[in-house]
Ligand binder design. Structure first.
Ligand SMILES: *[C@@H]1O[C@H](CO)[C@@H](O)[C@H](O)[C@H]1NC(C)=O
Ligand SMILES: *[C@@H]1O[C@H](CO)[C@@H](O)[C@H](O)[C@H]1NC(C)=O
Ligand SMILES: *[C@@H]1O[C@H](CO)[C@@H](O)[C@H](O)[C@H]1NC(C)=O
Length: 359
C-alpha cells in the first residue's frame, strides 16, 4: 500500500526516504499500491499498470524536496517463493532493473513510472524465498555500475522483523548482500518497541542491541544503518508506542553506532495520526533542511514504510575546499552537495550510500 497523496507533504518535510509498497510478484511483475493504484491504467499484455500521477510525484519528491524513492519487493501476499535457480534470479533482476531502473534509449519496456527512475529497492519477504541472494546481488551490481558511470546514489534495503535472525530475509542478511540500510520491524512481535523498558541499560525483549551486533559482526556492509521500525498509529500494527516512552526508546537507540533513524509503517496511518510525525522528528533531534548539508556523519533518518522517511540530526560538517579534493575528502554521499572532483591521482570511491571519498 502506498498513499500517493502524501508523497508531497506540505511545509517541513521530515520523511527523507519514501518506500512504495509493494511489487507483489517478480517473475511476471505486478504491483499493488492499494488505493494509490486506482488512478493507474493497465498496460496491455502485462500485469503492470502505468501511473502518471506517481511518475510526476516521484520527480517532485526527488527534484524539489530531495527525497529518495525506493520500491519495496514482496509484502505479506508475495507467494512466488523466489526462484528455482540462480540464473532465473539473475535474469529477473535484469528485468526489474529495466522496468524501474535507468532508462535505456531505444529499449522498448513497460515502465509503470514512465520517465521517472526510482532510487533503490527494498526487500520485505514474509515467507520462505529461494535464490534471493543472486537476485539481490545482481540488483546491487547493476546499481554499483550505474553509480560509477552516473554518480547516482542507489539504496538497497531490507525490512526484517525483529526476532533474530529473520526467517525470510535472513539468508540475504547473513553477510551475503551489501545493504545500505535495514528497517527492522519493531512491531507485531514480542521484541517490538512496546517492550522497551525506559531507564534500563539492558533490555529484556526489545532487541535493538542484537541488530546493532548484526551490523558490526555479520552484515556484509559494516557501515549499514539500522532503523527503528515502528507503527505510525494503533491501526498500523501491534505495539504502537508514543510519547515519552517512544522518546526514550529513540534516545536509547541513538547510543548504538549503527542507528540510522526511524522507519514508520505506514504513510497513510502516520499522516492521519496528527502530531505523531512531528514528535518523532523532535525525538530524533529535529530536522535540518538540507540544501547546504554537506555530510551524513551520523545520519538519523526517519523513514516511513510505504515509506521510509529521514531526519538528519548531525550538524553539517564542512568539507569546503573550492578546488579539487584531497585524499580522504568526502566527494559524495546522500545529502552531500559539496565538490565532487578529486585531485589526481585520487578517485571518488563510494564506501556507502552515505559516504564517498577520494582515494
Ligand atoms: C499482445 O499479445 C498478443 C498475443 O500474444 C500479440 O499479438 C500483440 O502484438 C501483443 N501486443 C503488444 C502491444 O505487445
Ligand atoms: C534454471 O531453470 C530454468 C527453468 O526451469 C531452466 O530452463 C534452466 O536450465 C535452469 N538453469 C540452470 C543453470 O539450472
Ligand atoms: C563482534 O564480535 C566480536 C568477536 O566475537 C566481539 O568481541 C564483539 O563484541 C562483537 N561486536 C558487537 C557489536 O557485539
Amino acid at each position: 500500500m502506498t498513499d500517493r497523496a502524501k508523497l508531497g507533504w506540505p511545509g517541513q518535510i521530515s520523511a527523507e526516504i519514501i518506500t512504495l509498497a509493494f511489487l507483489t510478484t517478480i517473475q511476471n511483475p505486478s504491483l499493488n499500491f492499494a488505493s494509490a493504484g486506482d488512478l493507474c491504467t493497465p498496460i496491455s499484455n502485462s500485469s503492470l499498470f502505468y501511473c502518471s500521477q506517481l511518475e510526476a510525484d516521484i520527480k517532485t519528491c526527488q527534484q524539489e524536496h530531495g527525497k529518495s524513492i525506493v520500491l519495496s519487493i514482496g509484502g505479506a501476499t508475495y507467494s512466488e517463493g523466489g526462484f528455482s535457480n540462480a540464473s532465473i534470479a539473475t535474469s529477473a533482476a535484469n528485468n526489474i532493473w529495466s522496468i524501474f531502473g535507468p532508462i535505456v534509449p531505444g529499449r522498448n519496456v513497460f515502465r509503470p513510472f514512465g520517465s521517472s527512475v526510482i532510487d533503490g529497492f527494498d526487500f520485505d519477504f514474509e515467507s520462505n524465498v529461494q535464490n534471493m541472494i543472486p537476485f539481490a546481488n545482481q540488483l546491487r551490481s547493476l546499481m554499483d555500475a550505474d553509480m560509477v558511470s552516473t554518480g547516482k546514489q542507489w539504496l538497497l534495503t531490507a525490512a526484517p522483523q525483529c526476532p533474530y535472525p529473520d526467517a525470510a530475509d535472513g539468508p540475504m542478511l547473513a553477510g551475503k548482500v551489501h545493504f545500505d540500510a535495514i528497517w527492522v520491524q519493531f512491531y507485531n512481535n514480542y521484541c517490538g518497541v512496546q517492550s522497551f523498558i525506559p531507564g534500563a541499560s539492558t533490555q529484556n525483549n526489545f532487541n535493538f542491541d542484537t541488530w546493532n551486533t548484526w551490523a558490526k559482526n555479520v552484515s556484509l556492509n559494516p557501515n549499514v544503518k539500522v532503523f527503528l521500525g515502528i507503527p505510525g498509529a494503533s491501526g498500523a500494527g501491534s505495539g504502537y508506542t508514543s510519547g515519552s516512552k517512544l522518546a526514550s526508546a529513540i534516545s536509547y537507540c541513538k547510543g548504538f553506532p549503527s542507528f540510522g533513524g526511524v522507519m514508520i509503517w505506514d504513510m497513510s496511518q502516520v499522516w492521519a495520526n496528527s502530531g505523531f510525525l512531528d514528535s518523532v522528528t523532535e525525538d530524533l533531534g529535529g530536522y535540518t533542511p538540507s540544501p547546504s548539508t554537506t555530510s551524513f556523519t551520523s545520519p538519523a533518518t526517519l523513514t516511513t514504510k510505504t515509506t521510509p522517511p529521514t531526519i538528519t540530526t548531525s550538524p553539517p560538517s564542512t568539507t569546503s575546499s573550492p578546488g579539487l579534493l584531497g585524499q580522504w575528502a568526502q566527494c559524495g554521499g546522500q545529502g552531500y552537495s559539496g565538490p565532487i572532483v578529486c585531485h589526481p591521482p585520487y578517485k571518488c570511491v563510494a564506501l556507502s550510500v552515505w559516504w564517498s571519498q577520494c582515494e
